[in-house]
Design a binder for this molecule. Structure first.
Ligand code: BTN
Length: 279
């Protein structure tokens, strides 16, 4: 494992340029999961923009109830409490855009601070050449239309070396260090990430998703790909991902040709595990 300077509140605050995200900042040496801690704080009334960061997680959680490998002193594990949807979106629209917009914000922060261009796999995996560098887990509490709360959990592999990944992740995961051969300052990266996220959430809240949708689609490697979708209950769908819908859905043209020989209609997919197929 490469040495990374320990995270400190002073270092993070010294480069933080946000108005609301991170103004309440909690840094822990170890937590079970920063998302679990942020959900507890959210239920106890913590303000919008509260951020929880941990040096390591003993029970980091990924999407689809997977474990998120979270060793100490190398990566970023942080969760942000977000309240308020603004006037232009409905609650379901806001809830489906927040995870996509969060992945976009992380990719922009990495571009700025590490000069690396990550792509996105719908809905919110951060990839470099098909290998996973980071992921987002959004969880909601106390959903009501007048005060929804979402916790955005971000895991980003920063200074991990390949040999420190467990065997089963070595072929599929990578880190910013492995891609660039440069050690990245994690405090500066957190500050940039919060700034990009604040800008994107503000844009979503004030003007809706139009511009973010274009930015997301141009980074999204899933568009144009042949994909296999795992839909739950052992259901699968093969098709081509054509676009991102106005509500953030992945629009798929199924591969099956109807008995009349017609092209099947586009399907809007709102929840699925996506597998990119080789062309
Ligand atoms: C995924 O499966 O791709 C999502 C991974 C999200 C991991 C992050 S690490 C910080 C936060 N706390 C957690 O327990 N999970 C998220």
């Amino acid at each position: 494992m490469l040495f990374s300077a320990p995270l400190t509140l002073d270092d993070i605050r010294s480069t933080l340029a946000t108005k609301s995200l991170g103004q309440h900042l909690h840094l822990h040496q170890e937590l079970a999961s920063t998302n679990s801690e942020a959900l507890l704080l959210a239920q106890a009334g913590t303000p919008h923009g509260t951020v929880v960061v941990a040096e390591r997680q003993s029970a980091g959680r990924g999407r689809r109830e997977r474990h998120w490998y979270s060793p100490p002193n190398a990566n970023l594990y942080c969760s942000i409490v977000v309240r308020g949807i603004g006037p232009v979106l409905t609650l379901p629209e806001w809830l489906s855009w927040v995870p996509l917009v969060s992945a976009l914000a992380v990719a922009e922060a990495v571009q700025t601070r590490a000069s690396l261009s990550l792509s996105l796999k719908w809905p919110n995996d951060l990839l470099f050449q098909e290998r996973k560098v980071g992921g987002i887990l959004c969880e909601s509490v106390q959903i009501s239309s007048d005060s929804p709360i979402v916790v955005i959990g971000i895991g980003l592999n920063v200074n991990m070396t390949t040999d420190s990944f467990p065997e089963d992740l070595r072929q599929t995961a990578t880190s910013l260090y492995e891609i660039s051969h440069m050690s990245i300052d994690r405090s500066t990266m957190i500050a940039q990430l919060l700034l990009e996220l604040e800008r994107s959430l503000d844009e979503l809240q004030r003007y809706g998703p139009d511009q973010l949708r274009r930015a997301y689609a141009s980074r999204c490697q899933t568009i144009g790909r042949r994909v296999r979708l795992l839909l739950g209950h052992e259901q699968e769908l093969l098709g081509t991902a054509e676009s991102i819908g106005a509500d953030g859905a992945l629009q798929i043209r199924p591969s099956i040709i109807s008995s009349e020989g017609q092209r099947p209609a586009l399907l809007d997919i709102r929840a699925a595990e996506v597998i990119h197929l080789r062309e």
